[in-house]
Write a protein that binds this ligand. Structure first.
Ligand code: S3P
Length: 170
């Protein structure tokens, strides 16, 4: 039986906030993959991108996914790019129900506006363009990976948690 819940979705869809709350109310452990990656590396996420490039970060991310998928009874909040490697999704599916959080593009832009310093992929001159491009590229991947999908547009984290629980019956 799958006892993990993996939260995936674009940057700014609330995976960390919702995941923490969901873990609290379901009595599961909480794991944020980016935090695990940063702690293991002894470097912040932007620093990993600077030193090792996106490819280096993706390798670390794949290793963190493999380890997290081996846990039980854990809410796993994944980074937005976790869908880029099919193997990550295969591994997560083995032990987790996969919940995709979505938000309207304008909402994502608003929520991530100040985040250039912490989100390397949005640190360029035109974050709106980056969001549009990445969203177009990833939407089909999120859709394909999803067991359930929950919109976070115009919803509080608690409302999102309720809908996840209703859809997953947890
Ligand atoms: C990324 C999302 C980030 C982080 C890294 C790359 C992405 O996580 O893993 O900056 O490729 O979408 P959040 O989705 O938690 O911001």
């Amino acid at each position: 039986m799958k006892t993990n819940i993996a939260l995936i979705g674009f940057m700014g869809t609330g995976k960390t906030v919702v995941g923490r709350r969901l873990a609290e109310v379901t009595g599961k452990d909480f794991l944020e993959l980016d935090a695990v990656i940063a702690e293991k590396a002894g470097l912040s996420i932007p620093e990993i991108f600077r030193r090792e490039g996106e490819a280096g970060f993706r390798q670390r991310e794949a290793a963190a996914v493999a380890e997290a998928a081996g846990r039980r009874n854990t809410v796993i909040a994944c980074g937005g790019g976790v869908v880029l490697a099919t193997m990550n999704i295969v591994r997560l599916h083995e032990s987790a129900e996969i919940v995709v959080l979505t938000a309207a593009r304008q909402v994502i832009l608003k929520r991530t506006r100040q985040d250039g310093a912490t989100r390397p992929l949005l640190a360029g001159a035109d974050p709106a363009m980056a969001v549009a491009r990445l969203l177009a590229e990833r939407r089909p991947l999120y859709r394909q990976a999803a067991d359930v999908t929950v919109s976070t547009t115009r919803r509080t984290p608690d409302e999102v948690v309720l809908e996840i629980r209703r859809k997953l019956q947890v």
